[in-house]
Every structure is written in structure tokens, then in C-alpha cells.
Write a protein that binds this ligand. Structure first.
Ligand code: IPM
Ligand code: MN
Length: 356
């Protein structure tokens, strides 16, 4: 089969981790007889520098005309002082919104090889860890009304958290469907003791749950969830939550897996199309030094093979190759532990490709 992939390397370590991931995808193509056409496009800070806008029209159009998007990371200190709607991050939000990608799947899986890199005690993490964070991605405070106005104590700024029934329904439904294929348990995270938007969220999730009698649902306030994730993470299977709570809790969950450099993500909408990106940022401090961990991006490509292309065997082959490389003791700096072999971005990716 032939697939068209829009590649948005972005900023900081984005270009190096995507470059290496393309080599891994090429290896998958060779091995399993697929052809991947890569079209590189500008988004984020590099797009601002080249065109004056973080999301050029051409990029959005090309993404719409492709089967899937692979994104590195956007942002960096160079663009930190731009107004909100001109920042690199606005480009990323424009992509998520413009492509209708309302669901963000962030699997936090602790590879047993990386137990030493995990910051929690071995008796708390046990043998393994496998949590799926389902983050709503095109609503809530990220997309609500915002602005400045004058107030009693000087200038005020505001951002609005708002959710509609339809938005909650579709993300809840997806979370229950995912839970059905796992251990049939959903934890919905909200702040229903304070926020009206969370009370609606909870009402809708409870209603959707009626269509999934085989799945257990519980609710947790976000502050408690943040605590429970480090107290007893094994109680979680699928977590479904809002855009901002999901942003925060998925970073927290990533540390349970050893490093934020290990966590992939898939952003999905109604169809097969998806955007795949590591959950980490652009890490400008280590950019261009061949130090970044490309495994989150490589694992994001595996998610692309699985969710957009339905190439389960190929997705597995990539994941198995990553596991193999870790079993053999190769590590980038972020997951390094005593006695292991420290390698750079390109080398670890080459080792993965070689094992496919
Ligand atoms: C993420 C990132 C983004 C977000 C930023 C870069 C806008 O932190 O994908 O988690 O907040 O969604
Ligand atoms: Mn984030």
C-alpha cells in the first residue's frame, strides 16, 4: 500500500526525532512492502521565521490531503515573547482544531526494562504499568474565549473553560470503547465540586456509561487524581479527562514510565486520519546535540501504523524493536541508568530500524 504522510518537524529537537523516525518508517516500508510518501511542511516557530505565521495555510491544506501527520515538537525561547495567537503553540492548536482531532490518546506504558528510570519505588509500580490517558483535545479552556479587560484591581486577563454535551459525549464514548479492549475500567477526571463545566462533563459521562454496562466507571477530582497517580498508579486503566487536565496528568503519568521521552500520542477525529506526535516539547537546551530520545516519536509512528493504517503487525514490529533495543541495554541520556550503554538520537533509532 501507499500512504501519504505530512511531516511537521517543528522546532528544537523536533527535526532530529522526526528525521530518525522517518528512517524507521522507511525500514517498515521495505520490510513489509509499503510505500510512505513524506511531505515536509512548516509549523511552529520555524514557520513563523519563514512565513510570519505558525500555521501557514499551505501546511493545513497539505495535512488535510494526507493520510496522517507526523509532528515533532513546536516552540522555544526565541518565540516566547510573541502575542498568544502568534506563538508556535498556536500553530499546534490550529492543527488540532483545524483537523478536527478531538481525541488525544496518550498511553503511559512502563517498559520493565525502564523500571530503574521510574521515579517511583519498585513496590509501588510493581512489574509493569499501563495507563491510557484519553485527553479531550479541541475544547475546554484551550479553545474557550479569552482576553483582557479592565477590572477593579487593574487589568484583568481571562480564559474560559466550556464544554458542550456533544463534545463530552464523543470523547467519553471513545474512552469506553478503548476500555472495552482493555481491562474495562474508566476513570473520568474532573473538578465537579467546583466547576459547572465539570458537572456537565460528569452528567454526560454517566449517561454515556449506560451504553457500556460491561465497563466500570468511576469519577475522581483532578487534585485527587494527581495524588493517586503517584500514590497508587496501578488503580488506573483508562483515564478520560478535559483538555487541560489531560495535558497536566499525562506529563505526570509519563514520569511513571521513566521519561517523558518515551510517551507517544495519537490525535484522532471521526475518521481514520490522525496526527501523531510525542508528548514531550521541543527541549531547546539539548536541540541539535544528538542527545534527544527519539523513541516517543518512533512509538508515535507505531500508533500511526495501528490507528490510521490498520497495520497492526507493522506497529507491533516497531514496538518490539524498541523493546529489544532497551532489553539489549541501549539508552539515551534521559533513561540512562548505571551499567547501560549510552547512545545518541541517531544511533538508538538506527538500532531500532535494524531490529525490524
Ligand atoms: C502537549 C503540549 C501542548 C499542549 C503545547 C505545546 C501547546 O504541552 O501536547 O501536551 O499544551 O497541548
Ligand atoms: Mn503537555
Amino acid at each position: 500500500m501507499e500512504y501519504r504522510i505530512a511531516v511537521l518537524p517543528g522546532d528544537g529537537i523536533g527535526p532530529e526525532v522526526t528525521e530518525q523516525t522517518l528512517l524507521v518508517l522507511e525500514r517498515v516500508g521495505e520490510k513489509f512492502n509499503h510505500s510512505f510518501q513524506f511531505q515536509k511542511l512548516l509549523a511552529g516557530g520555524c514557520a513563523i521565521d519563514a512565513t510570519g505565521t505558525p500555521l501557514p495555510e499551505e501546511t493545513l491544506e497539505a495535512c488535510k490531503n494526507s493520510d496522517a501527520v507526523l509532528l515533532g515538537a513546536v516552540g522555544g525561547p526565541k518565540w516566547d515573547n510573541l502575542p498568544g495567537d502568534k506563538r508556535p503553540e498556536a500553530g499546534l492548536l490550529g492543527l488540532r482544531g483545524g483537523l478536527g482531532l478531538f481525541a488525544n490518546l496518550r498511553p503511559a506504558i512502563l517498559n520493565k526494562e525502564l523500571r530503574d528510570a521510574c521515579t517511583l519505588r519498585p513496590d509501588i509500580i510493581g512489574e509493569s504499568m499501563d495507563i491510557m490517558v484519553v485527553r479531550e483535545l479541541t475544547g475546554g479552556i484551550y479553545f474557550g474565549e479569552r482576553g483582557r479587560r479592565s477590572g477593579k484591581m487593574g487589568e484583568e486577563a481571562f480564559d474560559t473553560e466550556s464544554y458542550s454535551v456533544g463534545e463530552v459525549e464523543r470523547i467519553a464514548r471513545l474512552a469506553f470503547e478503548i476500555a472495552r479492549k482493555r481491562s474495562k475500567k474508566v476513570t473520568s477526571v474532573d473538578k465537579a465540586n467546583v466547576l459547572e463545566s465539570s458537572r456537565l462533563w460528569r452528567e454526560v459521562v454517566v449517561r454515556v456509561a449506560k451504553d457500556f454496562p460491561d465497563v466500570t466507571l468511576d469519577h475522581m477530582y483532578v487534585d485527587n487524581a494527581a495524588m493517586q497517580l503517584v500514590r497508587n498508579p496501578k488503580q488506573f486503566d483508562v483515564i478520560v479527562t478535559t483538555n487541560m487536565f489531560g495535558d497536566i496528568l499525562s506529563d505526570e503519568a509519563s514520569m511513571i514510565t521513566g521519561s517523558i521521552g518515551m510517551l507517544p500520542s495519537a490525535s484522532l477525529g471521526e475518521g481514520e486520519f490522525g496526527m501523531y506526535e510525542p508528548i514531550h516539547g521541543s527541549a531547546p537546551d539539548i536541540a541539535g546535540k544528538d542527545m534527544a530520545n527519539p523513541l516517543a516519536t518512533i512509538l508515535s509512528a507505531a500508533m500511526m501504523l495501528r490507528y490510521t493504517m490498520h497495520l497492526e503487525k507493522e506497529a507491533r514490529a516497531v514496538e518490539d524493536a524498541v523493546n529489544k533495543v532497551l532489553e539489549e541495554g541501549y539508552r539515551t541520556g534521559d533513561i540512562m541508568s548505571p551499567g547501560k550503554k549510552l547512545v545518541g538520537t541517531a544511533e538508538i533509532a538506527r538500532l531500532v530500524a535494524e531490529r525490524i
